[in-house]
Design a protein around this ligand. Structure first.
Ligand code: SAM
Length: 302
């Protein structure tokens, strides 16, 4: 993933994208050059698309560095800063019941789990946990909460700690539909997720670019994460996510209604998936499962 060709094409894309907006050409030339140098320190950056350049500039500013040259100097031989950068390569903003597709997802997909003995969920790239708790709340409409287990993963330990704490500022309370607000306890400044819900969650540090994926899930959410990666990387991760899914299970991605295609899976049938909702919800075929097993086997052997 970190070949010279990759880096060059990344830099060209970045240049093309930035040309109309260049305010300070000298600074941009420096930034492009040092973007590549920073990629050589943090090779994972090459898996993120050219938006990563702008993101990096923001991080540099937050570290009081005027250009990426200054930021590069700060990074060299500085393990703490390198570690910070490695786990902050994308934005981490999130909220409860994010996006417009939750009602549809609940009615079309989660309702099918009614009566099931045990349900395994995975929230990949969970940030501070709002999405994981949203999923538990939504599924509690159909299944008693003690039958549900949810694995919440991210590559940023600070965010995972926040997820486990389950404590959020009151300004986010209104993001939770009234129907589910009994799942939280209100305080003067913050509200707290009730223990019964927190007990259903296990957190784990998992880097989607490099770690092995767990499997056996009935539902996988990986929303507003894939869109940060290059298209090759997106396809690789989508294959692995599909391999982690039980037959009949669902993948819920985020939809981009703008000019971009969002996180859409290009050829779902080749992964044994059926598109349930355009570009964002997919179901793993329950039959023929044989074909799906072969796809999984091939992926795991790669
Ligand atoms: C914009 S947030 C999305 C959070 C949530 N899924 C949502 O839709 O609101 C992107 C998350 O992806 C995580 N992330 C980015 N790159 C990752 C990687 N390589 N492995 C695991 N998590 C990653 C970030 O730490 C961040 O929490």
């Amino acid at each position: 993933m970190t070949t010279d060709t990759n880096l060059l094409s990344l830099a060209r894309k970045a240049a093309r994208c930035l040309l109309p907006f260049i305010k300070d050409p000298d600074k941009q030339v420096i930034n492009l050059k040092y973007f590549q140098k920073i990629v050589s320190l943090v090779p994972e950056l090459a898996s993120y698309h050219f938006g990563a350049l702008q993101h990096l500039e923001k991080i540099a500013e937050s570290k009081s560095c005027d250009t990426l040259r200054d930021y590069y100097k700060l990074l060299i031989n500085n393990n703490d800063e390198l570690e910070f950068l490695k786990t902050n390569l994308t934005m981490k903003g999130t909220h409860f019941f994010r996006g417009n597709d939750w009602d549809l997802f609940s009615k079309e997909c989660l309702s099918n789990f009614e009566g099931k003995e045990h349900i395994n969920l995975w929230c990949a790239g969970c940030s501070s946990g709002e999405e994981a708790y949203s999923l538990l709340m939504a599924l509690s409409d159909y299944v008693p909460i003690e039958r549900i287990e949810l694995l919440a993963t991210d590559y940023n330990d600070e965010l995972l700690k926040k997820c486990m704490a389950g404590e959020y500022f009151n300004q986010h309370y209104s993001e939770i539909p009234e129907h589910y607000q009994s799942w939280v306890e209100c305080g003067p400044k913050k509200f707290l997720i009730r223990q019964e819900l927190k007990d259903r969650i296990e957190t784990r540090n998992l880097n989607l670019l490099s770690d092995e994926f767990p499997n056996g899930f009935d539902v996988i959410l990986c929303r507003n994460v894939l869109k940060f990666f290059t298209s090759t990387v997106i396809s690789e991760i989508q294959k692995k996510l599909s391999a982690s899914l039980n037959c009949g299970g669902y993948i819920f991605l985020s939809r981009d209604d703008g000019p971009n295609t969002g996180e859409r899976i290009k050829n779902p049938e080749t992964l044994g998936l059926i598109e349930i909702c355009s570009g964002c919800i997919y179901q793993k075929k329950s039959f023929p499962c044989q074909q799906t097993k072969e796809v999984n086997q091939n992926i795991n052997e790669q």
